[in-house]
Design a protein around this ligand. Structure first.
Ligand SMILES: Nc1ncnc2c1ncn2[C@@H]1O[C@H](COP(=O)(O)OP(=O)(O)O)[C@@H](O)[C@H]1O
Ligand SMILES: [Mg+2]
Length: 401
């Protein structure tokens, strides 16, 4: 399946409807957008929710239900309909298919059959071609104060300038997270509000829970209390990330340095992990240690790109070549040291691009955002789905003055 699938259900029977809801809510890539307890209201529900998949239990009134299936199928040709019934005679299956159902499932439903049917209808109605969800880019650090928040915030702002990009920034540092300060924002809602409302959260409510910065970045800050980390279940957080991914082209996560369960959930859900380091021995030792920890989690270490921050800080720094040899990995990008500019940005709550657009540090952050965004000047890859990369280049030359 590609991205999060939006699903709506209709079943007047409360007990089977609740069971179906529970099954769907446990599925990683499925988002239950709406549920209806009346056949007569279902066409309107489907029209508003614009679902990828609709599941209709027809047993409360076969005739009315199949009429509704027909209406929903006609009005929403891109929605795959799954009909569910305890009866499974050939005539009924044929009637359901003629009404526009793509799948017929026998109840009581089995989870694996339901999942397989959802995948089949998704493919049948063009799900494979549906725009892939955005990418999740996690910014991790090899040591406290390595510059994760500076990079996360400023990469997010740089990415948000490209036409066609929509960017969300998630602050996952429950203890000391300060992404809101970097952006001089006082958000109304936090990650805790979103996870606590997970059972009724839809894409519209999720967007409303985020606070938009002038740069275009949508911020989801850390909860107010440090101890709130104990009441955010990693699975709920994964679902929030899945939803953000289906709603934004880029989701940037500023990780904590504790590598707790939520950090791991973010690492596992990420498409790319930026591991920030400085060119000193304690950081490089941690890079090696973190890589061996990442090996425990499927697919994580392959997604990691090592980025050096504060390059050129002092003469005592280890050289990039020596660092690559030590960590046995290539350095993906380097961001120069400029304490004055960065702390000015931080204290004023203004991003680099707005505060100091022409400095080397801003250009390096832009280059990193550019590279993470998929454009590689060395490879001359100018093609993207919407031709956005050329305008990104224009933006870069504007930014460079
Ligand atoms: N490239 C840089 N050059 C100079 N100082 C930097 C740079 N990046 C970050 N800093 C400084 O390092 C400190 C920690 O940065 P921060 O982004 O809060 O790190 P983290 O989120 O990893 O704790 C801040 O004082 C910040 O101004
Ligand atoms: Mg930080």
């Amino acid at each position: 399946m590609s991205g999060t699938l939006r699903v709506v259900i209709c079943d007047p029977n409360e007990s089977t409807r609740d069971n179906l809801k529970k099954s769907l809510m446990g599925m990683e890539e499925v988002w239950l957008e709406a549920d209806s307890s009346r056949y007569s209201l279902f066409p309107e529900v489907a029209e508003q929710a614009v679902p990828d998949v609709a599941i209709v239990d027809i047993d409360s009134d076969e005739n009315e239900a199949l009429q509704v299936v027909e209406a929903v199928a006609k009005a929403n040709p891109k929605c795959g309909i799954i009909v569910v019934s305890a009866r499974a005679d050939g005539q009924l299956i044929l009637k359901a298919m003629r009404a526009g159902a793509k799948e017929f499932l026998n109840s009581p439903l089995k989870l694996d059959e339901l999942l397989a049917a959802i995948e089949r209808v998704d493919t049948a109605v063009g799900g494979e071609k549906r725009a892939k969800g955005g990418s999740i880019i996690t910014i991790a650090g090899a040591s406290g104060g390595v510059g994760s928040t500076s990079v996360a915030v400023n990469v997010a702002v740089a990415m948000a300038q490209q036409p066609g990009n929509t960017v969300a920034l998630v602050d996952l540092d429950f203890a000391l997270g300060d992404a809101d300060v970097f952006l001089d924002m006082i958000p109304e809602y936090t990650l805790l509000d979103v996870t606590q409302n997970i059972s009724r959260l839809d894409l519209a409510l999720l967007r409303k829970s985020l606070t938009k910065h002038d740069s275009g970045v949508y911020l989801l800050p850390r909860p107010v209390q440090i101890e709130d980390i104990d009441i955010v279940p990693p699975d709920d957080f994964r679902r929030v990330l899945g939803l953000l991914k289906s709603s934004f082209t880029h989701v940037i996560v500023d990780l904590s340095k504790t590598y707790n369960r939520l950090d791991v959930a973010a690492l596992e859900s990420s498409d790319t992990v930026v591991l920030l380091t400085q060119l000193d021995l304690p950081c490089l030792r941690n890079v090696v240690r973190l890589f061996s920890a990442f090996e425990q989690y499927q697919g994580v270490s392959q997604k990691v790109k090592v980025v050096v921050n504060r390059s050129g800080l002092d003469k005592m720094q280890i050289s990039a070549d020596k660092a690559e040899e030590t960590i046995d990995r290539e350095i993906y990008a380097r961001i120069p040291n400029n304490y004055f500019v960065i702390s000015e940005c931080r204290n004023n709550g203004v991003p680099l691009l707005m505060q100091s657009p022409k400095t080397a540090i801003t250009l390096a952050i832009q280059d990193l955002a550019n590279k993470l965004n998929g454009y590689s000047p060395e490879e001359g890859d100018e093609s993207d789905d919407n031709g956005g990369k050329k305008s990104w280049l224009k933006f870069l030359s504007k930014g460079a003055g």
